[in-house]
Design a protein around this ligand. Structure first.
Ligand code: FES
Length: 145
């Protein structure tokens, strides 16, 4: 199976694994990485410090897009990625997809207000706002209220 994490049109990590179940990806067969200089530099430093098996790398603590993508990949390789919202669309009033919200968070929108400004989610009834907050909290490793 292949696991791909990305900031659309900018950076990605794609890992091919021997397993077929997302919860048990198994040993790594191949890794492809492409992106901005900051992203490539971080990946190179991590490989140098911790070896080629990304699943064994420590989880990055920083909140920049490179670290958020790497953190997702490490958790996916360990079978520990549990995204906090299961529907394709978060904001039904504005028809804003979960993917759009998540990409905004990866790119640096770390409060509901900024996500709203960038995506127009939560600009009508507002009932989607707690879900937006949950996605932000999960990505940044915070506990949701
Ligand atoms: S569901 Fe998002 S504003 Fe109503």
């Amino acid at each position: 199976m292949k696991i791909r994490v990305e900031l659309d049109g900018r950076d990605f990590i794609e890992v091919e694994c021997e397993g077929e179940e997302p919860s048990r990806p198994g040993p790594i067969k191949n890794v492809s990485i492409l992106g901005c200089a900051e992203f490539m530099d971080m990946m190179q430093k991590m490989r140098k410090a911790f070896g080629p098996d990304i699943a064994k790398w420590p989880l990055p603590q920083a909140e920049d897009h490179s670290s958020l993508l790497l953190k997702e990949m490490i958790l996916r390789l360990r079978g520990e990625w549990v995204f906090p919202y299961g529907e394709d669309e978060v904001c039904h009033c504005r028809n804003i997809s979960t993917h759009t919200i998540d990409q905004a968070v990866i790119a640096g929108a770390h409060t509901p207000e900024v996500v709203t400004r960038q995506t127009s989610a939560s600009t009508a009834c507002g009932t989607c706002r707690p879900e937006v907050q949950k996605i932000i909290d999960y990505r940044l490793g915070r506990k949701s209220a």
